[in-house]
Design a binder for this molecule. Structure first.
Ligand SMILES: Nc1ncnc2c1ncn2[C@@H]1O[C@H](COP(=O)(O)OP(=O)(O)OP(=O)(O)O)[C@@H](O)[C@H]1O
Length: 592
């Protein structure tokens, strides 16, 4: 029989959207690990029980020893003290081991679930989140939810079992004292934690978003450092980060005050209860209904009983924070799908295919103007089409639709005559893709950045792709050649080299329909013309959609489509549009 690995046996869909509160959904993820969680609770209760029993037996031993009995009369108690001391340590260790094991396994699953969701949402579904805030959700919010398993389950079970058993034990010694102890324990276990959580609730609700804001602000400060310095805006941006930091410190201060209040109230309730138990016990001893040894046992047992509930006020506050964190995680996992995956995806056609848009309409904001308004476009195999138009005309939106990053509001997108939405998004992106408008270079070597497109690419294939992007002589001239690091976001290479690296990456991926979204942006006019000439040369005979503001060289493409405010203003070959007296002619002659 194959052993089931509890980590992989977890319910990976536990985070899926449903009607339950986010914290309960997290708890449900631990369902396959409930045996461990129960074991942790049992071990926690045993450890706390050993602690209470240890003090009770010690009380008995001390009081009985003062009466100078024979060693035989106390030998059982001596052995019990040793066993309970060892037992307390061993059970506490087992409890920590099991509860942390459950917590970390669930946390790992939550992180994977969030990451999968981020993958599905990127890039269009993530525009509502700041990247630093997403990082805070992925790291600190997920960390905060571990308290659900470590402090939210075991201490509560231990407090209920051990508190109840202790009161029952005391009932056998002195009923009124047991009643007082029960009242003290209930106040400490319910009133103090609930009051502490209520005081900290507002701070807990505000602290996690503030932590996300601070992470986002710091990330943006680092990413935009050069621009902030260039515009003399660094001090103002730093001041904004300091305001968020001060707010977070104030909120953490409130949480700490609530914790301190809880700890102080706990000590006060313990002292008052103990004093009352002692008064009742001494009175009973004076009345002759209680002897001295049970009095010592009763008093020390009452003192030890509070150990069972001492962790609850802090646990209640931390559970409040875990609840907020779980809500922030759910906001990511519940974010609406930018595209709907088909239940039974269609297989991709084996050979060349045509791609078409039919009256395609895209609306980004409900009620807002369409970014694409009934656009129809034909991209037959082997045809090179250029998409031109002013900023905001909708060119990148066409690319987003074709790569299944964006759903249509109406109309159709077809691949090989079938609805694009019937294919799995990943399948579509394996055959339609290329170079995004703002390509990302990782802080890795040139080789690794290119291999991103095809991890198994051989050195010859890498060299061929780099050659097509006219990069090879430059790479070979570098002292470290292919192993040259490009820096974070390609900061250690020039804008033109960055563009060509992105282009080489697109050539290496070699999708059947190559979409190049402004591959010459950020370049000077000479470099722009050179790169356009190179890429038109390198893509001869292939299916290409070239989105560009660079009109030089467009006489080489088969068709030019001019977009204006989301609509096709005109389309046709360069020679025809160049003298048609329309938008394209104006763009060529006046640049607007
Ligand atoms: N994620 C988004 N959310 C809301 N509106 C968006 C989003 N992306 C684009 N838009 C809007 O849709 C319209 C078309 O944008 P798009 O990026 O397709 O234009 P473009 O022609 O590629 O522009 P550019 O030449 O500047 O890259 C613009 O008005 C833009 O503000």
């Amino acid at each position: 029989m194959i052993a089931r690995n509890p980590a992989t046996a977890l319910d990976g869909n536990g985070l899926a959207r449903d009607g339950r509160p986010p914290l309960l959904r997290l708890l449900a993820m631990a369902r396959p690990l409930r045996g461990r969680l129960l074991g942790a609770a049992a071990a926690g209760a045993a450890a706390t029980g050993c602690g209470v029993a240890l003090l009770a037996v010690s009380g008995f031993l001390l009081a009985r020893a003062s009466q100078h009995p024979s060693i035989l009369a106390i030998s059982v108690a001596v052995v019990a003290v040793r066993a309970l001391s060892v037992g307390r340590g061993v059970f506490r260790y087992l409890e920590r081991l099991a509860s942390h094991d459950v917590a970390f396994r669930v946390l790992a699953q939550v992180r994977v679930a969030i990451w999968r969701r981020l993958e599905a949402l990127a890039p269009n579904g993530l525009v509502l989140f700041r990247s630093g805030d997403l990082l805070a959700r992925l790291v600190s919010d997920v960390d905060a939810t571990q308290d659900l398993f470590i402090r939210g389950v075991t201490p509560v079970v231990a407090a209920a079992l051990v508190g109840g058993a202790t009161v029952a034990g005391c009932l056998l010694i002195l009923a009124p004292a047991a009643a007082v102890l029960a009242a003290g324990l209930l106040t400490a276990a319910l009133v103090v934690p609930l009051a502490g959580a209520a005081v900290a609730r507002k701070a807990a609700r505000a602290a996690a978003p503030a932590r996300g804001r601070l992470a986002a602000t710091v990330t943006e400060l680092l990413d935009g450092a050069a621009d902030l310095h260039a515009f003399g805006a660094a001090d103002a941006a730093l001041a904004r980060a300091e305001v968020t930091d001060a707010e977070l410190t104030r909120l953490d201060g409130r949480t700490a005050a609530a914790s301190a209040l809880g700890a102080g109230s706990m000590s006060a309730i313990t002292g008052i209860t103990l004093w009352a138990v002692l008064v009742l016990g001494v009175a009973a001893t004076g009345a002759g209904t209680l002897s001295r040894v049970p009095l010592a046992v009763l008093t020390l047992t009452a003192l030890a009983a509070f150990e069972a509930v001492s962790a609850l006020p802090a646990a209640a506050i931390q559970l409040g924070q875990a609840r907020v964190a779980a809500g922030r995680i759910a906001a990511v996992t519940d974010a609406p799908d930018p595209v709907i995956e088909p239940a039974r995806p269609r297989a991709l056609p084996p050979g060349p295919f045509a791609v078409q848009l039919r009256d395609a309409t895209v609306v980004y904001r409900p009620g807002g103007p369409p970014a694409l308004d009934r656009v129809s476009l034909d991209l037959p195999p082997g045809r090179r089409v250029a998409l031109v138009g002013a900023n905001g005309a909708g060119k990148s939106t066409v690319a987003a639709v074709l790569m299944r990053f964006r759903e249509l509001a109406s109309g159709a997108a077809l691949l090989d005559g079938h609805d694009l939405a019937g294919y799995a998004a990943d399948d579509v992106r394996s055959v339609i893709g290329g170079c995004p408008q703002d390509p990302y270079l990782f802080a890795a070597t040139i080789r690794d950045n290119l291999r991103l497109a095809r991890p198994a690419a051989t050195d010859e294939e890498l060299a061929a792709a780099a050659g097509r992007a006219r990069l090879l002589p430059w790479i070979e001239s570098l002292p470290q050649g292919w192993d040259t690091p490009v820096g974070a976001r390609g900061a250690a290479v020039s804008g033109g080299e960055r563009q060509r690296l992105a282009l080489a990456r697109a050539f290496l991926a070699d999708p059947r329909l190559l979409i190049l979204d402004e591959p010459t942006s950020h370049l000077d006019p000479t470099a722009r013309r050179a790169l356009t000439t190179d890429l038109l040369h390198a893509t001869e005979g292939r299916s290409v959609l070239l989105i560009t503001h660079e009109l030089d060289g467009l006489d080489q493409v088969d068709e030019i489509v001019v977009l204006d405010h989301g609509r096709i203003a005109e389309q046709g070959p360069h020679q025809q549009l160049r003298r048609a007296g329309g938008r394209y002619q104006r763009l060529c002659e006046h640049g607007y």
